[in-house]
Design a protein around this ligand. Structure first.
Ligand SMILES: [Zn+2]
Length: 358
């Protein structure tokens, strides 16, 4: 199962309470024993309410986990056992809640996402498809004409112009190969790498629909090793994500202020989620809040009331994490979720907001 499918199955999960565990298992700065110890400390108070679930994760850490990833997420309940290695170390967290605590997983998906990378010069094109911080596939194409002529040795006269023409033809061919590649992966986001001159020329030659999918670029030698290309492209993605988030937060705030397609703050956002109005949920990564959940109609409130304002039921239960409830409600109603970082504007309006459908 791919990471996307695993995340979806967790969002769809309905059943007994779930022990969700996120662990930083990056052994470059600590021992396995230190990770096991931290886990035991975090679950100390859960051992009585969820003994079998805790023991299952304990067994995994003691015997079965291969310690090859920098992070680990585990979700366990009766009928649920999901172990997900993570490409980056998460903030360590343990919860025992009605539904899987998916927020950190969503955040990592959000940050690392899926995209393609094209690194090229005038004779060579390398293509990568990236998902969840890992290179999934790599292909390579050469401008054969240019190579052959160079090997054959041309006389100096007329060579430069001939080479320029070949280079142009290679770039055009390269762009066609690129186009086929991004259509095949379906990622719809492309990062370019190369020299500033080549990048400028490629942008000029690209057909508009392909150019629209280019989200950023970085300067790199065409022969750079894949790890360098991956890490440089992730830097680009990080920057693009922050800019996107700033624009989306601004849109939600502006719309909310004029009573349009936006809401801000926990109370209004939970209400819009309950009504199925939300198209995109925006949550600050540091925002946490407890709340109350109506066990009759499922409405979530940020503050305690005697009765549910939706159905007048008095069965309101406290929930330690209203934000996790909000994220699951978003998934249930087909809304997207974006975990937002380094955004003072969102924190100013209460750490949570949404862009609505109507
Ligand atoms: Zn209710």
């Amino acid at each position: 199962m791919s990471m996307d499918q695993q995340l979806q199955s967790l969002l769809d999960y309905q059943g007994d309470k779930v022990l969700s565990v996120y662990l930083d298992t990056d052994l470059s700065n600590k021992s396995k024993e230190a990770v096991r110890l931290e886990f035991r400390q975090r679950v100390a108070e859960l051992e009585r309410v969820a003994p079998r679930q805790v023991e299952a994760v304990q067994r995994l850490l003691d015997f079965d986990y291969d310690w090859q990833s920098r992070g680990l997420a585990v979700f366990v309940a009766d009928g649920l056992w999901e172990v997900i290695p993570l490409p980056i170390p998460p903030r360590t967290r343990v919860t025992f809640t009605a539904r899987p605590y998916v927020r950190i997983l969503t955040d990592i998906g959000d940050r690392l996402g899926r995209y393609d990378v094209a690194v090229l010069d005038r004779a060579r094109l390398r293509l990568f498809s990236v998902a969840w911080g890992k290179i999934q596939s790599e292909t390579e194409a050469f401008g054969e004409d240019l190579k052959r002529h160079k090997q054959g040795g041309w006389s100096a006269t007329g060579y430069q112009r001939h080479e320029d023409n070949l280079a142009l033809r290679n770039l055009k061919q390269g762009i066609e190969v690129m186009q086929e590649f991004v259509e095949r992966t379906g990622n719809r986001r492309l990062v370019l790498g190369g020299s500033p001159e080549v990048l400028a020329q490629v942008r000029e030659l690209m057909p508009k629909p392909l150019l629209d999918q280019v989200i950023g670029e970085f300067v790199v030698d065409v022969g750079a090793n894949p790890n360098e290309i991956l890490s440089r492209s992730l830097d680009v993605l990080q920057e693009v994500d922050l800019e996107d988030e700033r624009a989306l937060v601004e849109q939600a705030i502006t719309e909310a202020a004029k009573g349009g397609y936006g809401v801000t703050g926990l109370t209004d956002t939970l209400f819009a989620l309950h009504q199925g109005q939300v198209r995109l949920l925006l949550v600050d990564e540091t925002f946490h809040a407890s709340g109350y959940l109506c066990s009759n109609c499922g409405f979530a409130l940020s503050e305690k009331r005697d009765q549910c304002p939706m159905c007048q039921s008095d069965h309101l239960e406290e929930t330690p994490d209203a934000v996790n409830v909000a994220i699951h409600k978003a998934a249930d109603t087909g809304a997207e979720v974006n975990i937002v970082r380094e955004n003072a504007e969102l924190l100013r309006v209460g750490g949570i907001a949404a862009i609505t459908r109507y």
